[in-house]
Design a protein around this ligand. Structure first.
Ligand SMILES: Cc1cc2nc3c(=O)[nH]c(=O)nc-3n(C[C@H](O)[C@H](O)[C@H](O)COP(=O)(O)OP(=O)(O)OC[C@H]3O[C@@H](n4cnc5c(N)ncnc54)[C@H](O)[C@@H]3O)c2cc1C
Length: 411
């Protein structure tokens, strides 16, 4: 079959879906759409699934998603069992030591914390042999018409799909190709940060240590024992989003390193050594903290899911859970409605409140671990000391705000 524009269409009567991005939202959506009888293609700009990475939480409703995908036992085996969080003052003296649940709002037995690479690998394996996966390519151009979307890939290939979904993260190229610059959907939250791995010179084991001064935080996360590398995290208050980031994503790693090193100049404790390690790190990840807020998660035959549609920022700790739950809900809506307009409307109607509640955490103290003034830091420290005495914890909306509906009937 050939479409109006002369591009080739796969020989199938099944509805065809192209998903951009093979991280969390992409493979989850692919898994469920395949199960519902769709012909699924996933395009990922990296040359392979991206392994490694910082620890992330899978919470409440999202745990139910991975359970229904059959990968919960594997993720439970990969669960990072962190024993304690220790907070330090400017000189490295201890402010408080707490159990992680008291700080992160997680719930014993209901939440998982896994290395990001373990989660992406588990998700990838659920679809590896079931759907078409194209690495090292991305969407360059989208031309929608009455019967589908003609997609031109960066490689020059052209294909037509019934529906296209951008699951390509906060800085979604699919969103940009369709709707223009990210700025119109981006809400800057006032921080820039760097994440990288470094040798465990402090002998930390299954614990997180965080140093703070007003507007600056340096954290070391030992997810394994003393022989494993540490995840280092340098976060600092930056009232205006650095202009280079706005224009170019501050892609030059040297410029990123300089910005971070400048922010931590003169810092105490082990911070100079951490900054030094950043200069040597070959896996530096730098970004600003922000959210994506789109008035609508779809336009015509193209929809968005996960960080591409509603990144909540690391300050909420809910990005992975939203990606997993959002993908489940979008697949279900597409399976329940033959018409993409109805499907996208149902996806948004059933999921938006959950997303809004999770994004709102940043306005309800979500950033309290990163105070920007001396007074706010003192208040935070007092709160941490209280939590030591009385470790009550309020579950996050991730646990209760959405009861996951049953899967759609399979084809
Ligand atoms: C430092 C840090 C700490 C975090 N901590 C937590 C936490 O504790 N808990 C939590 O829940 N979340 C956390 N998050 C957020 C979490 O990582 C994201 O919310 C989650 O990964 C979103 O998944 P996603 O699949 O939507 O997008 P992403 O994981 O961003 O994946 C997007 C994928 O698309 C690919 N891609 C990009 N552009 C294109 C393109 N044009 N074409 C094709 N492919 C493309 C990318 O290579 C990538 O594989 C953290 C994030 C950061 C940065």
């Amino acid at each position: 079959m050939t479409s109006r524009s002369g591009t080739s269409r796969p020989h199938t009567s099944r509805r065809t879906v192209l998903i951009a991005g093979a991280s969390l939202a992409g493979p989850t959506l692919a898994y469920w759409l395949h199960r519902y009888g769709f012909a699924v293609t996933v395009v990922e700009k990296a040359h392979a699934p991206r392994g490694g990475g910082y620890p992330i939480d899978v919470r409440g409703t999202a745990v139910e998603v991975v359970r229904r995908m059959g990968i919960l036992p594997r993720l439970q085996a990969a669960h990072i069992d962190t024993g304690r969080f220790t907070f330090l003052d400017a000189d490295g003296a201890e402010v408080a030591t707490l159990h992680p649940h008291a700080v992160a709002g997680s719930v014993e037995g209901q939440d998982l914390e896994v290395a990001r690479g373990d989660l992406t690998a588990a998700l990838y394996e659920t679809v590896r042999d079931a759907v078409e996966l194209v690495f090292d390519d991305s969407i360059d151009r989208l031309d929608e018409h009455g019967h589908g979307v003609d997609v031109t890939f960066r490689s020059g290939r052209q294909r037509t799909f019934d529906v296209v979904v951008g699951a390509d993260g906060m800085h979604s190229g699919t969103r940009k190709a369709l709707l223009g610059p990210e700025e119109q959907f981006h809400r800057y939250l006032g921080y820039a940060f760097a994440v990288f791995t470094m040798p465990n010179t402090l002998g930390l084991s299954r614990e997180l240590v965080m140093w703070n001064t007003p507007g600056r935080a340096a954290a070391l996360y030992a997810t394994g024992d003393t022989t494993d590398d540490l995840h280092a995290f340098l976060n600092f208050h930056q009232p205006e989003r650095p202009l280079d980031v706005v224009r170019e994503g501050l892609r030059d790693p040297d410029a990123q390193r300089d910005l971070v090193a400048g922010a931590f100049a003169g810092a105490g404790w082990e911070v100079p050594g951490i900054v030094e390690a950043m200069h040597r790190a070959d896996d530096l990840f730098f970004d600003t903290a922000g959210q994506i807020r789109m008035p609508s998660w779809s336009s015509g035959r193209v929809a968005f899911v996960g960080d591409a549609a509603y990144a909540p920022s690391f300050l909420t700790g809910q990005g992975s859970s939203l990606a997993l739950v959002g993908a489940y809900m979008l697949a279900r809506s597409l399976a329940m409605h033959g018409d993409h307009v109805e499907a996208f409307a149902a996806y948004e109607r059933d999921t938006r409140e959950f997303v809004t509640m999770n994004q709102a955490l940043v306005d309800k103290g979500g950033a309290r671990l990163f105070p920007t003034t001396a007074e706010a830091l003192e208040r935070r420290n007092a709160m941490l000391r209280e939590l030591v005495a009385m470790p009550a914890t309020t579950p996050q909306p991730a646990h209760s705000a959405l009861v996951l509906p049953k899967p759609a009937p399979t084809a």
